[in-house]
Design a protein around this ligand. Structure first.
Ligand SMILES: NC(=O)c1ccc[n+]([C@@H]2O[C@H](COP(=O)([O-])OP(=O)(O)OC[C@H]3O[C@@H](n4cnc5c(N)ncnc54)[C@H](OP(=O)(O)O)[C@@H]3O)[C@@H](O)[C@H]2O)c1
Length: 239
């Protein structure tokens, strides 16, 4: 698996320890632990070497913001997997990447297209936004948003990691794409559950753009895919 040093990667590793996974080879851009092997998305040779002999690869999407560079990294990782003889790939994509080739999902969309058009058997996990990112800090005295009370379908990394580990260790997931969504919640509802006052106010910058997207209803989609992979309902944002 790639990006084992990241938040999601670390949780997948933990989950794999509880499942009949066979030997796991965590890779990282800058290995920090003895068991980690170097695999840098910007260094195809390092990936070929790191992936050699592996049956399945978990390709965790790069955090690179530039879509062209991010796509290059993903395509290089897939080519390295193919040349290393990897038999199948699980790729962490983003919800909506199948239909939206622009913006946040640009590189995910193109990576999915490469998987569909390529000869490596694959599974796509379309993750939603992480719930963690939306929880107010412990000292917060209130909650504001510009979402107009519309819903979000976020999920905790721990649940998404569990789903990834399940797909990696079970048969029957090849050629499939899963649209993973957590329980729908709203900012006013979150404020009420936390006993905090709520105020409608559009945040500046990138967050303002995101809240406008939420206001459009884009993140209200619900599927049963995450619940089916977990075998239980996903964890709500207000646990
Ligand atoms: N669904 C969401 O809400 C959401 C939010 C943010 C990001 N994401 C996507 O989901 C991925 C996993 O999320 P996360 O929370 O685990 O992110 P994270 O904690 O920031 O981890 C990112 C990982 O990518 C690795 N990485 C960066 N550049 C690399 C390179 N050139 N070659 C190999 N590895 C490289 C990092 O390694 P180092 O330790 O060496 O830096 C780290 O392990 C992100 O990378 C991003 O694509 C999703």
């Amino acid at each position: 698996m790639t990006a084992a040093s990241g938040a999601l990667g670390g949780l997948v590793l933990q989950e794999l320890q509880n499942l009949p996974a066979g030997p796991v080879r965590p890779t990282a851009r800058r290995p920090r632990r003895p068991e980690e092997v170097r695999a840098d998305y910007d260094d195809p040779a390092s990936m070929r070497e790191a992936f050699a002999g592996a049956d399945r690869l978990l390709l965790i999407s790069s955090p690179e913001l530039d879509p062209a560079r991010r796509l290059r990294q993903h395509l290089d990782a897939l080519e390295a997997a193919r040349r290393a003889g990897v038999k199948s790939v699980v790729y962490t994509s983003f919800l909506g990447a199948d239909t939206d080739p622009t913006g946040l999902t640009e590189a995910h969309h193109a990576t999915e297209q490469a998987l569909i058009g390529g000869d490596l058997p694959y599974t796509v996990l379309r993750n939603p936004f992480y719930s963690e990112a939306f929880l107010p800090p412990a000292a917060a005295r209130g909650v504001t948003s510009g979402t107009g009370g519309r819903g979000l379908n976020t999920a905790f990394r721990a649940d998404l990691a569990r789903a990834a580990a399940t797909v990696l260790t079970e048969d029957g997931h090849l050629g499939r794409a899963y649209d993973l969504t957590g329980p729908l919640w709203t900012f006013p509802g979150l404020a009420a559950a936390l006993g905090l006052p709520y105020r409608e106010q559009e945040p500046p910058g990138a967050l303002g753009w995101l809240h406008a997207q939420v206001r459009s209803g884009r993140y209200e989609r619900q599927t049963g895919d995450l619940e089916r992979l977990l075998g239980r309902p996903p964890t709500p944002i207000t646990r």
